[in-house]
Design a protein around this ligand. Structure first.
Ligand code: SF4
Length: 395
């Protein structure tokens, strides 16, 4: 199918605009490629939801060959270390009520593949442990108040989720019987880590970054200005319509072409402010402190996590229950390349287990669990089937 017709089919009412943006991308790509002396121009999307948009709408099919849209580490479930899940499983089996989100419930540990180990919170519940799925921290707070049982909330997420925890602690709403096990992560240190890794490994360097939209609504678009300033690469904050991502790619190419390298809050100003949500930032800072954190399959990234401050140590599950952080050990199941996928070094289809031993019904590795995981997204939308169907509907 010719590219303009495909674009009209995919973008419908935005067809003309999408055609114009795509034409400009095709015009600029070879010029930028020549200027940078790179055959490939790698653009990393940090956020799992941007990977969803990119794959679901087949945006890679609209790119010239030289443009490579790679996934990044923006799926909090994928990067939650196996040791954290194992610690929480142990607490569940010891009799604590454990609250967590639905995708964390299914997250397999590195022990999952051993038949004689309890490899997920779902498996612990099957053995009789009290593991409860909640939609939010406030649901867990309300439920723990009612039961009065010794309980633990397994807190997973990025800066977007952290304020919902912080506000309840700060307002004194969390009951004494509910401890908090933090596996919270910060996005900017991981994005920086990924970009540095491509450079240090002698891979084609990352030429531009599409920053996370929801996270930026909290931390502010300005949080990404270190990419232009320190690494000389443009960063854009965009929304979650396919046209947003296309516009982000074009802006990155324009910056690379003119040499005026900036960070840009492109057209997501409807949600993201320059300095973000300062109230939410203040709440996070009152309750949490930055700590070194383990990212699954990757290891420790300095100051890339959040844990409760000393004032809230009575709620800190690790401190109250004497849980020692063990040094990171390689924590992916055999054959899983999730770490390479989250760092944009491999695509899900590079993994020999993709859609064989590992699929959404039976995830083998962590990137196949959440809808923000690149493997789960590619498993559902990575074929040309959907695009073919849309096109046939339009004909
Ligand atoms: Fe890991 Fe499964 Fe993805 Fe392979 S397909 S990298 S096993 S999550």
């Amino acid at each position: 199918m010719e590219l303009p017709k495909l674009i009209d089919a995919l973008f419908r009412e935005n067809g003309a605009l999408a055609r114009s943006i795509t034409e400009q991308i095709h015009r600029l790509a070879p010029i930028v490629s020549k200027k940078l002396e790179r055959e490939r121009i790698k653009i990393m999307n940090f956020c799992g939801s941007h990977e969803w948009v990119t794959t679901h709408y087949g945006l890679r099919a609209l790119m010239p060959e030289s443009i490579e849209l790679i996934p990044g580490p923006g799926c909090p479930v994928c990067v939650t270390p196996s040791s954290d899940v194992e610690n929480v499983i142990k607490l569940a089996l010891e009799g604590y009520t454990v609250y967590t989100f639905g995708d964390v419930f299914k997250l397999p540990t590195v022990k999952h593949y051993k038949q004689d180990e309890v490899g997920s919170l779902a498996a612990a519940r099957a053995l009789g442990a009290d593991v409860r799925i909640v939609y939010s921290f406030i649901d867990a707070v309300e439920d723990a108040k009612k039961t009065g049982k010794p309980s633990v909330f397994f807190g997973v997420g990025f800066e977007t989720t952290a304020p919902s925890y912080a506000v309840l602690f700060e307002k004194g709403k969390v009951p004494e019987n509910l401890l908090f096990y933090s596996s919270l992560k910060l996005t900017a240190p991981a994005a920086e880590f990924a970009v540095r890794l491509h450079k240090s490994k002698g891979l084609v360097p990352v030429s531009g970054v599409i920053g996370p939209g929801h996270v930026s609504s909290i931390i502010g678009a300005v949080s990404w200005d270190f990419f232009p300033k320190e690494y000389g690469i443009p960063a854009v904050v965009v929304g979650f319509e396919p046209i947003d991502v296309l516009a982000g790619v074009l802006k990155i190419l324009q910056d690379l072409y003119t040499g005026d390298i900036t960070y840009t809050n492109l057209e997501y100003r409807r949600v993201v402010k320059h300095r973000g949500n300062e109230f939410a930032q203040a709440e996070i800072n009152k309750v949490f402190k930055p700590v070194d954190a383990i990212w699954r399959g990757i290891g420790t990234i300095p100051k890339s996590g959040l844990d409760l401050r000393e004032e809230y140590s009575a709620y800190n599950a690790r401190e109250q229950l004497g849980i020692k952080e063990r040094p990171w050990d390689y924590d992916l199941p055999p054959g899983c390349r999730c770490n390479e996928v989250t760092l944009g070094i491999a695509y899900p289809t590079d993994c020999p287990l993709f859609m064989k031993a590992c699929n959404p019904a039976r995830p083998w590795g962590p990137c196949m669990v959440s809808m923000e995981g690149a493997c789960a997204v590619w498993a559902r939308f990575g074929s040309t089937e959907r695009i073919t169907r849309i096109v046939s509907e339009v004909k």
